[in-house]
Design a binder for this molecule. Structure first.
Ligand SMILES: CCCCCCCC/C=C\CCCCCCCCCCCCCCCC(=O)SCCNC(=O)CCNC(=O)[C@H](O)C(C)(C)COP(=O)(O)OP(=O)(O)OC[C@H]1O[C@@H](n2cnc3c(N)ncnc32)[C@H](O)[C@@H]1OP(=O)(O)O
Ligand SMILES: Cc1cc2nc3c(=O)[nH]c(=O)nc-3n(C[C@H](O)[C@H](O)[C@H](O)COP(=O)(O)OP(=O)(O)OC[C@H]3O[C@@H](n4cnc5c(N)ncnc54)[C@H](O)[C@@H]3O)c2cc1C
Length: 665
């Protein structure tokens, strides 16, 4: 998509003129400071201005194979540049987040990066699960990209139930090696990003056997390919899994083992160990092996936010430029953003960006605190972190996927064009609902924690994220955010209480606890989802309340958005509010009209707010969403890139169509 110095569309000029706050102030607020905005822009420029990171032909017209080849070329350039930043001491977490994730990464590699797993899972697993000696041996090689790794856990037969993985690693004390095997078809690793043809190493999660006993799943470092020739090493069966709904540049692969031997020290032994004679030493907690998954779930909440920012910027700008239909027959065709239904489609999504952003920041901080505690051997806060990371990952990625699709629908036919960048964004975001823990499964993990918290009230009162379960009261309805938050907490608490009761009843009627759990699981998922909503609402409110360093104009907008997010959440849960709180139908009417008032209040600032997200045209990569609003020109420009338009008559006319037409004469 060309960068433009074009004339700005008149509607967008009007929109920008009526904005009541300074969008730049919002940008600095979201980035953290003006300095951080400058750093982000510098970073974007560093990557986007590199001619090597531009494609000669649009990626969507490449074949699967060509797409991979172009992707790996760019991925290497990206990694080289990341290393440059590392060498200059400039590689902060934001760099990795943006270049590997949706913010910047998907602008350069719209089909995903085949090397992402190296930084996102391979290095974090070495850090989280390796001993100091193992880190000394491997981190430098990985950090300096002498090797490229992936994370091979999921198998053809098992993704969710990782205790059921079938790959085996049997310890042989005579050679002090593990022997890896894939005993069945379903034990083949299936999915790991970059595994197909890119990575030469993997963290392989396998069932550990030593002294004739299985000790459950453990991580092993396995060399997959020859350093020089890149041929698969002896006993390694490897390939790519084929085309997917999206992410067709990530080179997801399959992997099988036939008596592959790795040295004893290739088992990551920070948490559990195998001694040379085969003696097994248990980890202080078997869940420490799952640490990398917690890390990725945490960063995915921030990543979902980036995708939402992109999609909603595209849809709001387009809606300001697009004119269609009539509101009054006497008036010209309005901007479609003036239809209240259009505002209802989009403005709650704008508000969600803030909700996700604040919770993602909170989660990242808590993750770092708990990780430091784990380093010091303190495991107490891990279950709460796991529970909140699971439900935020599930709720935010699910909402982001629905939100991106909503943005696409709100752009009508043009939203369906690849050049809108909404279909591609959807492909990337909907995958997040599945990978790193399928969302229903993750909500059930949270539900497990909620039920335990309900049953263990004395302890729960000390746990920040769940203490409300035992403290809520059914407050009388008021038209306020505080009421909505307390009502959603009440809804969650009652859902947890009911689910606990139904499990109990089922057990008392003779059901096995596991069956009782399964039979109650629809309620459990619903309780965990409500908990996630209550958390997002509470964090939004606490954050907005604590903001003191912005102008009153911006603060007003932030409060309006917070109110809109809260009211919209409440209305999505009308049935639950009527069922579990004392609010009445007439109170719902009050909420409905409050929502409509808020849509109206936000309307003049909608373009200003998405401008404040400050997603550059290059990062947006959308014919519909560019800053200048020259939507139709861009759609034409993109259509002209279709290889079919390189000639007026395609040879197939003579080959097929003409003979067919003739045969009908
Ligand atoms: C100095 C810093 C340097 C940093 C360098 C790195 C820099 C790079 C950094 C950042 C980059 C940021 C980039 C951002 C951009 C992101 C882009 C992302 C692109 C990603 C591409 C795709 C990646 C996808 C990868 C994958 O999908 S990997 C595979 C993931 N698989 C799963 O998630 C499987 C899901 N299944 C499970 O997790 C579990 O099996 C289960 C279902 C949760 C468990 O089921 P079950 O109940 O059977 O488990 P048990 O094992 O019996 O557990 C029982 C108890 O344990 C608790 N539990 C479970 N899991 C955990 C956990 N993870 N932690 C803690 N506790 C856990 C459970 O609750 C039970 O507890 P109990 O007390 O009730 O008994
Ligand atoms: C784009 C992409 C990239 C990926 N990258 C990697 C990677 O790099 N490395 C890696 O190891 N893996 C990777 N994966 C695999 C991913 O982690 C798994 O697909 C995911 O964990 C879900 O597991 P599954 O596919 O086995 O789904 P399943 O578990 O088979 O899920 C199917 C259905 O069964 C339901 N279900 C399953 N178990 C339960 C339960 N206990 N209770 C209730 N319902 C249940 C689910 O809710 C779902 O509706 C990737 C996947 C995708 C899509």
């Amino acid at each position: 998509m060309t960068t433009n110095n074009n004339k700005i569309n008149a509607d967008l000029l009007k929109e920008r003129a009526k904005c009541t706050f300074n969008p730049k102030e919002l940008t600095h607020f979201l980035d953290g400071s003006e300095q951080k905005t400058l750093e982000r822009k510098e970073r974007e420029k560093f990557f986007l201005d590199d001619p090597e990171l531009k494609s000669k032909v649009p990626m969507e017209y490449l074949s699967h194979k060509e797409k991979y080849e172009e992707n790996i070329r760019k991925a290497c350039v990206i990694f080289r540049k990341v290393q440059e930043l590392q060498n200059e001491g400039k590689a902060g977490m934001e760099n990795y987040r943006e270049i590997l994730g949706g913010q910047l990464g998907s602008a350069i590699l719209p089909d995903g990066n085949p090397l992402t797993l190296h930084y996102v899972m391979f290095i974090p697993t070495l850090l989280g699960q390796g001993t100091i000696e193992q880190q000394t041996e491997w981190i430098n090689k990985a950090w300096n990209c002498h090797i490229v790794g992936t994370y091979a856990q999921t198998e053809l037969g098992h993704g969710t139930f990782i205790r059921g993985l079938e790959t085996t690693a049997v310890y042989d004390p005579s050679t002090e090696e593990f022997i890896l095997n894939s005993p069945t078809l379903t034990s083949y690793k299936w999915w790991p990003g970059g595994l197909g043809h890119s990575a030469n190493h993997a963290i392989v999660v396998a069932q550990l056997y030593t002294q004739g006993k299985c000790h459950g799943i453990h991580p092993f470092i396995v060399e997959l390919r020859d350093k020089e020739t890149h041929m698969p090493l002896k006993g390694i069966i490897i390939g790519e899994i084929g085309c997917k709904l999206g992410m067709n540049g990530t080179n997801n692969g399959y992997l099988g083992f036939k008596n592959v031997r790795v040295p004893r020290m290739h088992m990551l032994m920070k948490n559990s160990q195998v001694h040379p004679d085969g003696t097994y030493v248990k980890s202080p907690s078997s869940k420490l092996t799952y640490g990398t998954m917690v890390f990725v779930r945490v960063v995915l909440v921030a990543d979902a936010t980036s995708y939402m920012k992109k999609a909603v910027t595209i849809a709001v700008r387009y809606s300001a430029v697009r004119h269609q239909s009539q509101i009054k027959t006497s008036d010209p065709e309005p901007q479609i953003i003036d239809f209240v239904t259009q505002q209802y489609k989009l403005f709650p999504l704008i508000a969600s960006v803030f909700a996700f952003h604040f919770s993602a920041n909170w989660l990242w901080e808590v993750y770092n605190e708990v990780t430091s505690e784990l380093e010091a051997g303190k495991l107490r806060n891990l279950p709460e972190l796991h529970a909140v990371a699971c439900c935020l990952k599930a709720v935010c990625t699910a909402d982001a996927a629905l939100g991106v699709e909503q943005c696409r629908l709100s752009c009508g036919g043009h939203g369906y064009m690849t050049s809108s960048n909404l279909p591609g964004t959807y492909g990337l975001v909907t995958a997040m609902c599945t990978y790193e823990g399928e969302n229903t499964v993750l909500l059930l993990q949270t539900a497990r924690f909620l039920i335990k918290s309900w049953q263990n009230k004395e302890e729960t009162i000390h746990l920040d994220t769940v203490k409300y379960l035992v403290q809520t009261e059914d407050l009388p309805f008021t038209k306020s955010v505080n009421w909505i938050i307390s009502a959603m907490k009440q809804v969650t608490a009652r859902k947890v209480e009911l689910a606990a009761k139904h499990i109990d009843e089922r057990v008392k009627s003779g059901k096995a606890p596991e069956d009782a759990w399964n039979e109650t699981s629809v309620e459990l998922v619903s309780a965990a989802d409500a908990h996630g909503r209550a958390f997002l609402l509470q964090t939004y409110a606490s954050t907005v309340e604590s903001i003191t360093n912005v102008s009153p104009q911006l603060k007003t907008v932030l409060i309006q958005l917070q109110e809109l997010y809260s009211v919209n959440t409440a209305l999505r849960y009308t049935g639950d509010l009527l069922r579990f709180t004392s609010c009445k139908g007439k109170d719902i009417e009050v909420l409905q009209s409050w929502l409509e008032q808020l849509l109206n209040l936000i309307r003049p600032n909608a373009v200003g707010i998405v401008d404040g997200f400050d997603v550059s045209d290059e990062v947006l990569s959308s014919a519909l969403g560019a800053y200048d609003g020259n939507v139709y020109e861009r759609l034409f420009e993109e259509a002209s890139k279709s290889p079919l338009n390189s000639e007026p008559v395609n040879k197939s006319f003579h080959q097929y169509l003409k003979p067919f037409l003739k045969s009908n004469l």
